[in-house]
Design a binder for this molecule. Structure first.
Ligand code: MV4
Length: 447
């Protein structure tokens, strides 16, 4: 196992990784921008190195600064967390070229899954059901028109370099196709420097269900069940839960088995997530994430595993020390992502946290880098805490999470806790009867 790991991230995920390192007897190196000099991840790490000014492009997204920090601190491996450089194949390549282990998949797999058309092709070949669509990128308007006729309207343009919903345009009728295509291309070009588009049949009211997989470097792959991430606003997840209230144990075993098998066929290593749309009892693959995800705790709670530990073990070449049959799904877990934002307008609310009190007690886990007196900087993502409840069943889990939200104190800034409290009382949430569009309608007051 590694002696020393550099954590190329900040906030709650830097703490999450640091805690796994500490439990494994691995020394940790924190990196930070000047805005984060007093941050909790810096305070708790064994060593810390300042890597630049506040803007992420000059610090947490600067490969040279991070590699320099890793070199001078003699770190043997780098954990990228999520966001920032976590899915940057060029960074992963540079890390390995410096003789440092990138704690994640191979650069090849990061690159392949980053190209949404290549990812879809690879998954089709590996036996995964996908959304019907174009075979690769669309050539021109005429090509797109012919494919749309074959698929049937509505259809959806997506960016091959995409993700996060940018460069996506729905087309309801043939007369809107040309304009939508042009818009999608322009948006995709602006966001990714690549205007290539592909087409899919547009599913009108799916759920977003993703399957967690874990693979070692020896061909052992397991799936750790699914997470239902349908509760989102503007492509930002708000609440996630495991298991999904919409699928049966048989459906879980079926899609999980296929996902694990595909990862084995692809020669994938590390944690990974296959994202599916789920509609009318069918799963349709859309993309694969090659990082540790924000919502990984709900999977950890129901499986009793430490995914960061497993990631580090497989990166160091160790084989998985359990089989699929040994994984038991136990109870229900729900995560609320708390943002430093106004709960109704969603206006960012950085500033000083005068008083912070994390909820606790039976079945409650709070992943946060907050503390009383901390100043939330305006430069980064607004998520400041994740409150995760685990209980024997979904109903108890919801009650426990409501109780935890009531206990939580974040004084001095606005947070989305009041929104979460409302959501946990909403009939459609309580019944598990929601799709990817419900939360936005509910927030607008239309449901
Ligand atoms: C879709 C879709 C409907 N049909 N693809 C949005 C982000 C990107 N990861 C994929 N997305 C979607 N792809 C087809 N063929 C609807 C969405 C979508 C969505 C997906 C997951 C979670 C929230 C969403 C919100 C709006 C649209």
């Amino acid at each position: 196992m590694f002696n020393k790991v550099l954590i190329a991230n900040r906030g709650e995920i830097a703490l999450r990784i640091l805690r796994a390192c500490r439990e494994m007897g691995i020394r940790s190196v924190a990196v930070h921008s000047t805005a984060d000099a007093d941050a909790m991840h810096v305070r708790l790490a064994d060593e810390s190195i300042c890597i630049g000014p506040p803007p992420a492009a000059l610090s947490y997204l600067n490969p040279v600064a991070i590699l320099t920090a890793a070199t001078i601190s003699n770190a043997e491996a780098i954990h990228p967390g999520y966001g920032f450089l976590s899915e940057n194949a060029d960074f992963a390549t540079m890390v390995e070229e410096h003789g440092i282990t990138f704690i994640g998949p191979s650069p090849h797999h990061i690159r392949e899954m980053g190209d949404k058309v290549a990812a879809k092709r690879a998954c089709i070949a590996a036996g995964i059901p996908v959304v019907p669509g174009s075979d690769g990128a669309v050539a021109d308007e005429e090509d797109a028109r012919a494919i749309a006729e074959r698929l049937g309207y509505p259809v959806l343009f997506k960016a091959t370099a995409g993700g996060g919903g940018r460069g996506m345009k729905v087309v309801h009728e043939p007369q809107d196709l040309a304009a939508a295509m042009e818009l999608a291309r322009a948006e995709s070009m602006a966001a990714f420097g690549n205007g290539d588009l592909y087409l899919e049949k547009y599913l009108t009211r799916p759920r977003h269900i993703e399957v967690q997989i874990l693979a070692d470097a020896h061909g052992n792959v397991v799936h750790l069940g699914e997470r239902d991430c349908s509760l989102q606003r503007r492509h930002q997840k708000v609440i996630e839960e495991a298991p999904s209230p919409a699928i049966s144990a048989a459906q879980r075993a079926e899609i999980g088995g296929r996902a694990a098998n595909a990862a084995r066929v692809l020669g994938y290593r590390s944690v990974g997530t296959m994202e599916f749309l789920f509609e009318d009892g069918q799963f349709y693959f859309i993309e694969m994430n090659t990082r540790l995800q924000v919502e990984h705790p709900v999977t950890e709670m129901i499986c009793g595993l430490d995914l960061v530990r497993e990631m580090m073990r497989v990166a160091a070449g160790a084989p998985l020390d359990f089989t699929q049959e040994e994984i038991r799904f136990s109870g229900h877990a729900i995560e609320c992502r708390i943002a430093a934002e106004h709960p109704e307008t969603f206006a960012p609310s950085p500033g000083r946290v005068n008083e912070y009190h994390a909820p606790g007690g039976l079945g409650i886990r709070t992943d946060s880098a907050l503390f009383s007196g901390y100043v939330v900087p305006p430069y980064y993502d607004s998520m400041v805490a994740k409150i995760i409840a685990h209980a024997p069943d979904r109903d108890t889990c919801i009650r426990r999470l409501r109780r935890a939200l009531d206990e939580c104190v974040v004084d001095g800034i606005n947070t989305t806790i009041p929104l979460h409290r409302r959501l946990l009382e909403a009939e459609r949430f309580v019944n598990g009867d929601y799709d990817i569009h419900w939360l936005e309608r509910y927030v607008r007051g239309d449901d």
